[in-house]
Design a binder for this molecule. Structure first.
Ligand SMILES: [Zn+2]
Length: 218
C-alpha cells in the first residue's frame, strides 16, 4: 500500500489499496466510487454503505465486559492481556488507538492517559484544549487515510461502564444514504461491527502513525 517508501501519494487512502484482508476496504472503496446503497446494488440489510461486511458482534459480552471488567483504557496502557489495541498516537498525556469494535473504517478513540471520568469537568481549560488539539490532529490524519465525507467527533461513555473519558473519532465515507448517517452509522447495536481484517487494521494503523508523526505530531 502507500506505506511504501517513495510513494508520492499525499493521501494513503488505505481503503482503496492493498488492504484486501478485510471487507471494509471493499465497502469503503465502493463508497468512494459513489456506488453506495442508493444505487440499489445490495439488499436492505440496514448496513447500508460505508458499511461493508459485518463481523459477528457479541453485544451481551461487550456489555458485561464494559460493566464488570477493568477500565479498558487503563488496562490497555498497563499492558493487560486481552486489552491490546493498536495505538497510533501517544504524547505521554494522551493516546489515540483504533476502536476494536468499529462501525466505520478506521474509527479511533482518543483518551487522556489519566483515568479521568468527566469529559468536561475533569479538565481545566488548558488540559481540555490540549486534548482537543489531539482530537483535531487525529481526525485530520484519519481523513487522509480513509475515504471521508464527514468527520464525526463525540464523547459518550457511562459511569456504569467505559467511564474513562474517550473521544470517538470516525470518518463517514462518501455514498452513505442520509438516513444511515450520524448515530445510525455509529451504533454497534444498529450497524453491527465492521469486519476489518488484522492486516487491514494494521495497515490503517501504520498509515495513521505515519500521518501523526509529522510536524505537529508525536
Ligand atoms: Zn481508566
Amino acid at each position: 500500500m502507500s506505506d511504501r517508501p517513495g510513494d508520492p501519494s499525499p493521501r494513503p487512502a488505505v481503503a482503496g489499496t492493498g488492504a484486501r484482508a478485510g471487507e471494509g476496504a471493499e465497502a469503503a472503496a465502493r463508497a468512494e466510487a459513489g456506488t453506495g446503497a442508493e444505487a440499489g446494488a445490495g439488499p436492505e440489510t440496514g448496513a447500508g454503505d460505508g458499511a461493508g461486511a459485518r463481523a459477528a458482534f457479541d453485544a451481551a459480552a461487550y456489555k458485561e465486559r464494559a460493566r464488570s471488567g477493568p477500565c479498558f483504557v487503563c488496562a490497555m496502557l498497563a499492558g493487560e492481556p486481552g486489552f491490546e489495541h493498536r495505538i497510533v498516537y501517544d504524547d505521554g498525556t494522551h493516546v489515540a488507538f483504533l476502536d476494536r469494535y468499529p462501525t466505520l473504517l478506521g474509527k479511533l478513540l482518543v483518551a487522556p492517559r489519566a483515568h479521568i471520568v468527566d469529559a468536561v469537568r475533569g479538565f481545566d481549560e488548558d488540559a481540555y484544549l490540549a486534548l482537543q488539539l489531539v482530537v483535531h490532529r487525529v481526525a485530520t490524519a484519519l481523513a487522509r487515510v480513509v475515504p471521508t465525507e464527514r468527520l464525526y467527533v463525540l464523547s459518550l461513555g457511562s459511569m456504569q461502564g467505559y467511564a474513562h473519558v474517550h473521544w470517538h473519532v470516525a470518518a463517514l465515507p462518501p455514498g452513505v444514504p442520509y438516513e444511515q448517517q450520524e448515530y445510525h452509522a455509529l451504533m454497534t447495536s444498529r450497524q453491527g461491527v465492521l469486519a476489518v481484517g488484522e492486516q487491514e487494521a494494521e495497515e490503517i494503523a501504520r498509515a495513521l502513525r505515519r500521518e501523526l508523526s509529522g510536524p505537529g505530531g508525536d
